[in-house]
Structure formats: structure tokens, C-alpha cells
Design a protein around this ligand. Structure first.
Ligand code: GAR
Length: 222
């Protein structure tokens, strides 16, 4: 792909709560001159999140809004929303952001928010996905990137990656295998959304006829 000027690239804010490995892969991908998005800001709700150091290492402006310092979810979201409005990103990327938003917050940023979830949605929404996949006897597991709507881990799916579940898997070994795919899937999914090859209109995903779905091993807009 051709080099893109900064003004041609979508501005992205990443929200994270923990170690920030997905955020790091997105920042790294965005260092390429032809990547259609640029990570301008990072925000966390946890003052001790490992990802803070990562964002700083890449000189990504980082803000901390500790949810425990607020009286209510609404009060925390109010401050987060004001900061996001100030930053005015084209896309908000949730990368291990472990907070559920009120509907009013999500509605504020229609079609702008992406999330990665460690399961083949709609299977295993919520937490502890790897254990649940093993206990359910799944032969295949994986991860999904989706637009965020007001439901838990809901919203139209942009792309998925699958991995086999092995007979001797523990939640940790399966999680490690899925994480490798997360790190490949999220940069690709963000690229597709930022380049408008995949768009979200009225709750429906549209894939541009210019994009060849067979050009990737990922499952696009299933
Ligand atoms: C990732 O596995 C991500 O899929 C998951 O949190 C982890 C964050 O890791 N997200 C969710 O479970 C959201 N429902 P990271 O901080 O190293 O990117």
C-alpha cells in the first residue's frame, strides 16, 4: 500500500485496563507509513495497569481515570466521555478494557467503538472464556473483533480468528494460543475499519466489494 499522510489516517484512542499487549500490537502496526490508523491517545481506568508503561514507551499520550475514585459508573463515564470528546478520535478501540458501559455512553459514539473479545462470539460472552470453552468440550475456540453496542460483548462482528482446542489444554495454554491470534487479528480488523473496507451501518456490517475476503485467513464479517 502507498504511504499515507497523517491527515489521511484515522485517529484512534485506545482504552485498556491491564497489561496492554493488544494495545502494543496496534501501536506497532500503526508505525507503518501505509497503515490507515494512528494511535494518538490511550486511556486506562487502572492506575497500576501494565499498559501505561507500554503507551509511554511509544510516546502515546496517556490518561488515567481510576473508576474507584468516582461515586458512580455514571460519574466515571461522564469524565471519560468529556475526555474522548476533547480528543475527538475517529475510532475508539477497547483493548482489554474491563468495564461495561451504560447504553447512553455507547450511544454517544455510534459506530465508532471496536472491542476484542477472547471467544468466537456469540459464544462465551463475559469472563473466563477459555475455561468455559474447555468445559463445554469445544473443538475450536478463538477471538472476535466487533463494533460495540450497548449489550455485553455484543455488536456486529468485524473479524474472527479461530484456534484448535487440544485435549490437554488448560485455560492458560488455550489463552496463550488465542492471544497469538488476537495480536494478528486486531491490527487487521482495525486496518479494515480505518480504511473503510468494513463499515457499520444501522447495526449491519458492510464489506467493500474492493476487499477480497479470501486474501486473509481470518473470518471477515461472519
Ligand atoms: C485480551 O485477551 C482481550 O481479548 C480480553 O482481555 C485481554 C487483554 O489483554 N478482553 C476481554 O475479555 C473483553 N471482554 P491485553 O491487556 O494484554 O491486551
Amino acid at each position: 500500500m502507498a504511504n499515507l499522510a497523517v491527515e489521511q489516517r484515522k485517529r484512534v484512542t485506545v482504552l485498556f485496563s491491564g497489561r496492554g499487549s493488544n494495545m502494543e500490537t496496534l501501536i506497532k502496526a500503526s508505525l507503518a507509513d501505509d497503515y490507515p490508523a494512528i494511535i494518538t491517545h490511550a486511556i486506562t481506568n487502572r492506575p497500576n495497569a501494565g499498559g501505561i508503561e507500554i503507551a509511554k514507551n511509544y510516546n502515546v499520550e496517556t490518561s488515567i481515570f481510576d473508576h474507584k475514585a468516582f461515586d458512580s459508573r455514571e460519574a466515571h463515564e461522564e469524565v471519560l466521555r468529556a475526555e474522548l470528546e476533547r480528543q475527538n478520535p475517529d475510532i475508539i478501540v477497547l483493548a482489554g478494557y474491563m468495564r461495561i458501559f451504560n447504553e447512553s455512553f455507547v450511544k454517544h459514539f455510534p459506530g465508532k467503538m471496536l472491542n476484542i473479545h477472547p471467544s468466537l462470539l456469540p459464544k462465551f460472552k463475559g469472563v473466563d472464556t477459555h475455561n468455559r470453552a474447555i468445559e463445554a468440550g469445544e473443538k475450536t475456540h478463538g477471538c472476535s473483533v466487533h463494533f460495540v453496542d450497548a449489550s455485553l460483548d455484543g455488536g456486529p462482528i468485524v473479524a474472527q480468528a479461530s484456534v484448535p482446542v487440544k485435549q490437554d489444554d488448560t485455560a492458560d495454554t488455550l489463552s496463550d494460543r488465542v492471544l497469538v491470534q488476537e495480536h494478528l487479528l486486531y491490527p487487521k480488523a482495525l486496518e479494515l475499519v480505518a480504511s473503510e473496507m468494513v463499515t457499520h451501518q444501522n447495526g449491519e456490517i458492510k464489506v467493500s466489494p474492493e476487499f477480497d475476503k479470501t486474501s486473509t485467513n481470518f473470518i471477515i464479517a461472519p
